[in-house]
Design a binder for this molecule. Structure first.
Ligand SMILES: Cc1ncc(COP(=O)(O)O)c(C=O)c1O
Length: 395
């Protein structure tokens, strides 16, 4: 056996979980992504989706994608930089910049590529990237590729952030990169606090709005809009894989920053451009976000109902105040087991275990869509109550 195979053959965590009958990944969905999905011929309620506005099935979004394929074909056969720029991309970039309140924007093929290609290329060897310890993996990958000094601060802890800012020379660039809404824990970044510190230490801010757009702010414009700090935030990132019901991502900023990224961001330049269908779907989702504010209202009605339901039940849900609700289990195997038992009871939720979180912080990620019904939510709450009681997680 070659050395590489020998090393990798020792990795057997998935096999062990499969043997125990609790392996929770790659469950094969045989239907559309909706509040109810079909897996192995069985219908289950979907409480693990990121399509917060429930737009993946919206007739106008589907129609826009179909029409884009009819007109432009299935792919762009090249990068935005060379032969892959469509009028569709340019139109959506203009709309997105305006939507989040910035001068300009560029679209990447995934949100991951945005963070990878932006965080890695803005700052230089003598500069600093300062990040929250619970930032998304794509931000971490981005700064791993950067030559700057990286400083981590404790999650949403302003004292810790200030201590890191104090370590930086005043004349060096300092870029603070954070999630607006944290993807696993559902809590909102303390943006007013971060903005105040950024002003004090002359730092720049980039906010990942993957889970903020479509959820927070006027017409779903995100966390920066929610706190009224759009002008104090330098870069706003978004992804199409959540509320926009598609795939792709964008970064919005001032003209000079976008001009630099357009010509230097490697995951933008050296990767094929977003497909016509995906771009048109995101554009149609944006139309709906702007014209159907009742969806966001419904999402919040369900969110508040679920948050109260879980709190009343005695579940440990951390500091969330959004449609992402972490149900802390604090044990890897038990998390897998409960995900399986919930699945057997007709409820799909996602496990979050180490190394994504520390072993003592494992959780079940429960997330809502505007299209869920109260009855579906009640059914999920009841199933969770029964199973959590059985394992002594609640009384
Ligand atoms: C906070 C955050 N940023 C970025 C991404 C990456 O986005 P995409 O799925 O579009 O690659 C995700 C997706 O999981 C995310 O949760």
């Amino acid at each position: 056996m070659r050395l590489l195979q020998e090393k990798l053959s020792k990795y057997d965590l998935p096999q062990k979980a499969m043997a125990a009958g609790i392996y929770p990944y790659f469950r094969m969905i045989e239907s559309d992504q909706d509040t109810e999905v079909q897996i192995n011929g069985k219908k289950v309620l979907m409480f693990g989706s990121n399509a917060y506005l429930g737009l993946t099935n919206h007739p106008k979004v589907k129609q826009a994608a179909i029409e884009a394929i009819e007109k432009y074909g299935t792919g762009c056969a090249g990068s935005r930089f060379l032969n892959g720029t469509l009028d569709l991309h340019i139109q959506l970039e203009k709309r997105l910049a305006e939507f989040v309140g910035k001068e300009d924007a560029i679209i990447y093929s995934t949100g991951f590529q945005v963070n990878l290609g932006v965080v890695s290329c803005l700052t230089g060897r003598e500069d600093y990237i300062i990040w929250d310890e619970l930032d998304h993996a794509s931000i971490i990958e981005g700064h791993r590729l950067s030559f700057s000094t990286k400083l981590k601060f404790k999650h949403n802890d302003m004292d810790s952030l200030e201590k890191q800012l104090q370590k930086c020379e005043p004349d060096k660039i300092k870029l603070i990169v954070i999630d607006g809404v944290f993807s696993m824990e559902g809590d909102i970044a303390n943006l007013p606090g971060i903005v105040a510190l950024a002003k004090k230490y002359n730092a720049s801010i980039m906010v990942d709005e993957a889970h903020g757009i479509g959820v927070l702010g006027a017409q779903g414009r995100g966390t920066c809009n929610h706190f009224g700090v759009t002008d104090d935030v330098d870069l706003i990132m978004g992804t199409f894989s959540k509320s926009f019901a598609s795939i792709g991502g964008f970064i919005a900023s001032d003209k000079e920053t976008i001009n630099y990224l357009r010509h230097n961001s490697r995951s933008y330049i050296f990767s094929a451009s977003n497909t016509p269908a995906a771009t048109a779907a995101a554009n149609a989702a944006l139309d709906i976000m702007l014209s159907e504010p009742e969806r966001i209202e419904k999402l919040w009605e369900l969110t508040n109902y679920a948050l109260k339901g879980f709190r009343d039940m005695g579940c440990e849900i951390g500091h969330t105040s959004t449609p992402i609700i972490p149900l802390f289990i604090r044990d890897n195997d038990l998390t897998f087991l409960i995900v399986k038992e919930l699945f057997d009871a007709g409820i799909f939720v996602n496990p979050v275990v180490s190394p994504a979180v520390a072993p003592q912080d494992t959780l079940i990620r429960f997330s809502l869509m505007a299209t869920h019904t109260k009855e579906q939510l009640d059914k999920a709450l009841e199933a969770i109550r029964t199973i959590f009681k059985k394992y002594g997680l609640i009384e």
